[in-house]
Design a protein around this ligand. Structure first.
Ligand code: SF4
Length: 440
């Protein structure tokens, strides 16, 4: 069979698409470049917001329209939440992905609806509590330079705006030996950077009665793998950044000084309505502790604008807070109602206000990102070379990222074999900046 993949949503979804793609390849199937040439189109869906859900459904319909003969398969979060009410021939929930190949093969062979996989209803707590981590084994990312590695699934937090604990179930941690095996595999395949990911990453180990020290233990083991060059952490919760954890992190030789600490709002009353388990003072304490151990670190976050009931004063408090915390980049999202959540039942703001506020924060973030890049001018740094390009005069450049996750453009002097530079880490001197990108 020829199989086409389309992924919506987060990096964990991308990881799972890569894993399922590998499974199809292992079973002798081919990867299609377009839906038109595919026997099967698999859409890895997202349901984090109402908008993501809409896009997922739109994409499924598009596949069927572009190729009426193809078998359309909906997998992942939006598929999980529909209880079967989605336009697809095959519906695969969030924790059935590792049996998808067999399901698709039998569906195509029998051409019968009886082979439909059933959405596993993880929204029922008695089922979710018994969730186990479904291991995909070692997954090869097609990028070839940086690899996302999933170590945890699910979330127990139930923030009032978020549907993810219903879509993905409770926290389920991956076996430590499986993580290390994948990390060794990735390093042997030439990956220089591993990005440790999860749905609620800092809950790793919680389902086994462990605390954040479990994650530190895993990171230490990855750090000692011969050949590993960079370890980057995915999104973390502020309260998981304990003194002991931060001190432990500061001893990790290959850890990138880049921390993404989820914030969501810089106003305590909004945080309370969101069901977040910290206040802004506690958040700042953690940032201060981090800065004591990582001098030139990068600090990024997520913020939702226009949460139900957010007043002008509350939004102003968020604006003040982002300046105090000193973020160098913010992922800003206008609040969008997600049916099935507590916040969906709260009184909503007038349409458009969330987007307006988001615009304001985005322009603040763009400026902060540029200033952060400029602060590296004249300094030396290391860049992992990822994408090669040629300018109109034939000069070869690579783009890639610094340890702080600043985008960099690097001129390659030795043009004898420019392709061989892909995946190498080189030291550069930063000459100047173009927007948020450093040039060296
Ligand atoms: S921590 Fe909150 S926002 Fe994040 S996945 Fe869990 S419930 Fe959703």
């Amino acid at each position: 069979m020829k199989v086409y993949f389309f992924t919506l949503g987060c990096r964990v979804n991308q990881y799972e698409t890569d894993a399922v793609r590998e499974m199809f390849i292992e079973k002798g199937h081919e990867i299609a470049k377009s839906p038109e040439e595919a026997d099967v189109c698999i859409v890895n869906t997202c349901t984090v917001t109402g908008e993501a859900d809409r896009k997922s459904r739109q994409m499924l319909r598009k596949m069927a329209r572009l190729n009426p003969d193809t078998v359309v398969c909906a997998m992942g979060c939006a598929a999980e939440m529909t209880g079967g009410m989605i336009d697809a021939d095959i519906i695969c929930g969030t924790r059935d992905k590792n049996i998808l190949v067999e399901k698709v093969e039998s569906f195509v062979a029998e051409k019968s609806l009886s082979a439909l996989t059933h959405c596993s209803m993880h929204m029922r707590p008695e089922v979710s509590r018994s969730d186990v981590y479904h291991d995909f084994g070692s997954v090869l990312s097609p990028e070839g330079t940086r690899a996302f590695m999933k170590i945890e699934d699910g979330c127990n937090m139930f923030c009032t705006y978020c549907i993810i604990p219903f879509a993905r179930g409770r926290v389920a941690s991956r076996e430590e030996e499986s993580i290390i095996k994948e990390a060794v595999f990735l390093v042997e395949k030439g990956f220089k950077e591993i990005i440790i990911s999860g749905i609620h990453l800092c809950s790793y180990g919680k389902d086994r009665g462990e605390d954040i020290s479990a994650m530190l233990r895993v990171i230490k083991r990855i750090d000692s793998i011969p050949g590993i060059e960079r370890i980057r952490l995915g999104s973390m919760e502020p309260m998981s950044m304990t003194k002991e954890f931060i001190e432990g992190l500061s001893d990790i030789e290959h850890l990138c000084p880049h921390f993404h600490l989820s914030l969501q709002s810089g106003c305590d009353s909004v945080l309370k309505r969101m069901g977040r388990h910290y206040n802004t003072e506690q958040y700042l304490e953690r940032v201060k502790l981090l800065r004591e151990h990582f001098e030139s670190m990068s600090l990024t976050t997520d913020i939702i604008c226009g949460f139900p009931g957010e007043t002008d004063e509350e939004f102003n408090a968020t604006k003040d807070f982002v300046a105090r915390a000193g973020f160098n980049k913010i992922h800003v999202f206008p609040y969008s109602v997600r049916e099935g959540t507590v916040a969906a039942k709260m009184e909503q703001l007038p349409a458009g206000l969330g987007k307006e506020r988001a615009k304001e924060l985005i322009s603040w973030s763009d400026e902060a990102e540029k200033l952060f890049a400029q602060s590296f001018t004249g300094k030396k740094t290391k860049v992992l070379l990822e994408t090669m390009k040629k300018d109109k005069d034939g000069r070869i450049y690579y783009t890639g990222y610094t340890p702080e996750y600043v985008k960099a453009e690097v001129l390659i002097d030795d043009a004898a074999d420019p392709a061989s530079f892909k995946g190498r880490i080189v030291e550069i001197e930063i000459k100047y900046c173009e927007g948020n990108m450093v040039i060296g």
